[in-house]
Design a protein around this ligand. Structure first.
Ligand SMILES: [Zn+2]
Length: 130
């Protein structure tokens, strides 16, 4: 989710790596997403705890509880992956490598980075891989 209160930087020439304003913008966007994901992960912690064999879970059967736990575990893995990707994106920002395609070394389109700030490859390479 993009932050509505953030000023929207005008995309500069797409072939250039992100400029300083864009870096600040993406840093804020990525940090906000990280915060959201970490909060979500914390909320999930209860649902992913091991289920005691004799636990009474209201009207839920143990099987239901285990299914919900499986769903929560899958969500947890996906959030953890997102968090790792976002942290890696922050590191690329710090190292001034953000916005460059990992495959072809060309600039990743601004709009693609807006949609997926953690994107490591450009749209063309993503198409090729698929
Ligand atoms: Zn590429």
């Amino acid at each position: 989710m993009l932050s509505p209160h953030l000023p929207f930087p005008t995309p500069s020439v797409f072939v250039d790596p992100v400029d300083a304003d864009e870096r600040d913008y993406f840093r804020t966007v990525i940090e906000e997403r990280l915060e959201e994901n970490r909060a979500e992960l914390a909320r999930l912690a209860d649902s992913t705890a091991p289920i005691e064999p004799d636990v009474a879970i209201g009207r839920l059967s143990r099987l239901d509880a285990m299914q919900m736990q499986q769903t929560a575990l899958a969500q947890q893995r996906s959030l953890q992956q997102d968090i790792r990707n976002l942290e890696a994106a922050l590191e690329r920002l710090a190292a001034d490598r953000f916005g460059t395609c990992h495959q072809c070394r060309q600039a990743i389109a601004f709009t693609r980075l807006q949609a997926q700030p953690a994107a490591r490859i450009c749209g063309h390479c993503a198409e090729r891989i698929r």
